[in-house]
Structure formats: C-alpha cells, structure tokens
Design a protein around this ligand. Sequence first.
Ligand code: ADP
Length: 613
Amino acid sequence: MTLRAKILLAQTPLAGALVLIAILSALTNATLGRNASSILQDNYRSVLAAERMKEALERIDSAAMFIVAGERQRGTAQAEQNFLRFEQALATQQSNITERGEPEATGLLRRNWAAYRAAYAHFVGGTAHDALEADYFRTMNPLFVNTKNAADRILDLNQDAMVRKRDQARRATERSNAVMIATALLASLIGLIGSTIFTRRILRPLSVLGQTARRLGEGDMEVRAKVSRQDEIGALARDFNLMADKLAQYRKSSLGELLQAQQQAQAAIDSLPDPVLIFDLEGQLLSANRAAERILHVTVEEATGAPLARAEPQIRTVVERVRAKVLSDDAGYAPAGFDEAVRVAGPGGVGNDVFLLPRASRVTTEPGGLVGVTIILQDVTRMLRFDELKNNLVATVAHEFRTPLTSLRMAVHLCAEESVGPLNDKQLDLMQAARQDTERLQQIVDDLLDLSRIQSGRMELHRRRVSAESLVREAVLPFTTAARDKGVTLKTELFPGSGEVDVDTERMQLVLANLIGNAVRYTPSGGTVTVRGRRTDTATVIDVQDTGPGIPKQYQTAVFDKFFRLPGSSSGGAGLGLYIAKEIAMAHGARLTLTSEAGQGSLFTVELPAASG
Ligand code: ADP
C-alpha cells in the first residue's frame, strides 16, 4: 500500500466518527420534525375544526335571533350558509380523531348537532313571533349551548394534547441533545485514538530512520535502518541503507588513505636526525619524531597534559620561548648564532652531551591561517666541535706565529733602518715593503689571537677608571705619523667634561685603535679623521669620523661580522677588526654603532656607560 493510501486510511476513524455524528443529528432532526408535524396534523386541524364549528353555531344562533325578530329571509340565508360550514368542519373533525376521549366527544357533538338541527327545522316552521320566541328559548338555546360545549370539549382535548406533546417534544429534544453530545465526544475520542494509532504506525519507520541517521552521524558505520515496508518510507530506508554502505566503504578507503598519509608524514619527520616537535596553537604537542623521543624523552601520547614533562628544563624553556615568539611575531624563528644552542645530556650517557639549536616555522592552512608551530632542534654538536677545533687551530697557529714574527719584524726593521749595513736603493725599497707586510702580518696575528680569546670566552676585563680625554689622546697618538705620511688630517675634539669611564684601558685602546686605524687607512689623502670625546646625560661617547668612501647601507651590519671585508677593499687586515671591537664594546656594556652613507664618510660611535659615583 502506498504512503498516501495509508495516510488516508489513518484518517478513516475520524471520518467515521464524523459520519456517525452527522447520521445521529439527521435522525434527531427527523424525530423533532415528526413531532412538530404530528402536532400540526393530529391536533391543530381538530382545533381549527372545533373553532369553525363554534363560529358556525354562533352564526346559526344569531340567524335564529333574526328569524325571531322578523328578519326571516336574512336569518334563513345565514343559517343555511353556516349549516354547511358546520357540516364541513364536523366532517374534518370526524376524520381527524387522534386523542383519547376524542371519539366519545365527537359522537356527543354529532348527536347534539343532530338534535340542534332537528330543533331548528321545527323552529323555522313556526311563524308567529311569540311561538318562535318561546321555541327558541325553550328548545333551541339549550341545544345550542349543549352543542357548543361538545365542540369546546373537542377544543380542550386537542389543546391539552398540544401542550402535552410540546412538553414531550422538549424533553425528547433535550434527551437527544445529550445523547448526541455524548456520542459525538465518544466517536471523536475513538476516531482520534484510532487515527493516532494508525499515524504512529505509519510514522514509526521514520523515527527508526532518524535514529539510524543520528548514530551514523556519531560514527557508527555498521548501523542500518531496519524497515521492511513496501511504501515510500520503505524505499527511502533502502536508499538510506545503500548510502550508509557507500559511506562506510568510503570511510574505510579514506581512513586507509588518511592513515597511510599520516604514516608517511610521520615516517618523513622520523627520518630527520634532529628532534622535531609540532604544537597546536594551545601548546598541545601534536606530533614528535623519533629523534625527539630519543633525545628529549618525549612521546605524543604522554604529552597530552604537560608536553615535554620529561625533557630537561632548559629545553622546555627554549621550546616555550621559541613557540611564544612565533605566535607573537606571526613569523618563523631562526637563531642568531651558535650561542643559542642548548646543551642537553645525549642518549649516549655522560660525556655525550648534544647541543641543540632551536629553529621554528609556522604551520598554516591553505588560506594562510596559523594552526600550529613546528620546532626543530638542530643538533649542532659536530658543527660546534668543528668550530672549536678551528678556533683552537687558529689560536695555536697565531700563537706559534708570534715569536718568529717578532724576530722577523726586528730583523726587517734593522735592515730597513740600515743598522746592519748600507743598502742600495733597490734593496731599501724591498726592505720597506717587507717591513709594511710584516707589520700587517703582525696585525692579523694579533687580531686572530684576540678573536680566539673572545671565542673561548676568556675575555677578562681589568677595569679601571680613566678620563675619556686621556683614553682618546692615547688612542690617537700612535696614528699621527701614519696620518701625516698619508696626508690625512687627524683631529682630536674633546668637549669639556667628557667625563670618566670604567674600562679595561688596554682593550678599549684596541677598540679605538681599530676604528682610528680603519679611518686613516680608508680615508684618501687630503681627507680628515676626527676623534671626538663628548658626554650625554647617560653616557660618555667617543666618535671616530672620517671623510672617506663611506660604507654602503647593505653592508653596515655585515662589517661587524667575522672575516667580513667590503668587496674590493684591498688594504687592511683579515676582516676581524670591527668584530673584535664590537665584542669588546659589548663586554663593557657599551654600544658600537655605525652611521654612514656611500661617498659621505663614516662615523663610528662608541657609547660607554658613564662611570658611576
Ligand atoms: P679589516 O681589519 O680588514 O679592516 P675590519 O673588520 O676592521 O676589517 O673592517 C671590515 C671592512 O669594513 C673593511 O674591509 C673595510 O672594507 C670596511 N671598513 C671599515 N672601516 C671603514 C671606514 N672607516 N671606511 C670605509 N670602509 C671601512
């Protein structure tokens, strides 16, 4: 059966109830109508007939009065007319006897009427006024009264019957009203219950379908709708189950692919030798590779509550710092140098410490929204070892160079000064060049030694309080000859009250010597180098300004790096001077900055915190 037919069927109890109520009310109406028409038929006609007979009697009586009064002709005509009327009404009454006692009353009326008619026939035969009058009062009038009473009797009988029937009809109406209301209520109730039961039966499979869909949505891929019907809902359930089958198949295949993809991704990060940690935005550890498990003792399962709980505290601090930085800057994180490497106990036990350098990148979705942070802790242990080896090598080589270089310089110096005998011009030129180069070599060796000292962290400062003025004067002095020889004006400007500073004078002299040496070296003949000592609210400042070629913007940071030399610069050392100067300045808590425009000269500024007290 189709769903439409079933829904129609479900309405039948209600429709049946309605039909029953309609039939009942029709029956009630018919009964009421019948009552009304029975009153009309049975009694109203008798009442009318009795009224007419009474009226005809009155007229015949008054006709007799006319005859007594001598108006015989008028009286006779009137009497004849009303005899006829009475007879007709009597005939109507005789054919409409309906009430108890009415046959007797009608019989009495007929007999009285017959007597009255006979009396009239005798009365009308008289002529003398007196005889007529006497006949009227003696015979006619008593018979008139009797006949009229008999008609009244019929009238009363029927009027009583009408009243009685009216009361009966009212009672019947009330009764049938009550019956009808009760029946209507009962039929409606039964109809409603029947319809509800039917409708529920029709709709039950829909709720089964709904429950199945809900469970499917919750992930139960095995659930199916158990509906075995042939209607539209049955068809819907079959289609639904088909869809569930497909979904389960798809889920199985997509789950497989997903698992495979996840395994591949995990394998890829596992293949990396360095620890990799992937965090979501809330700091929950989403994934970690084998190296992270091995070196940091992290497992993703354990990490749900407190990620890195078992990792060493310094790793936790660094990871937290880097993660917060990526989130706040919304950019990846790259370390500034090996100094940021964190030392942790390696998996090989004591003596196998590893150095991890943090680096981080943002994990983003397709439209670029940030969803997490990937932190790679690059194992730089080997690189640091190499660096250390290199530093040691440089330090050793530089150290070993020093003694032979000193005697070499001495020998070249003595030869160039002709202290050990005269030289011809050619020999003198060669010795002069050799002297310059040994000086340069000495400078490089000194720089390398300073560098190794800085890198080994062995830079101890022996601070002492000196005036900025004496610091500047002492620094400038060694360069006056070289400047003059080169044709460069070397000026010293000292503002009054440039104050005192707490510095390791030897090292600070080295800083200034590097700056002034560069300035003199790179300023062409005719230029000026100004060394200025001044004082600000919080610092003592020493400027070294030149009118040389300047340093282009793109190199202004790089010039402070190790072994950096401006492309094309021929003279000078190994590119270590500014690096060493900066490191020494930093160790003093001072700032070394550069302001320069290409072709406009350079200004190096050392900003030393003013000596306290
Ligand atoms: P070096 O000892 O080779 O001079 P530095 O670290 O002192 O190395 O300087 C790095 C580079 O910076 C130099 O090679 C030079 O090209 C540039 N430089 C340094 N000072 C100046 C200056 N006053 N004017 C122009 N270039 C300079």
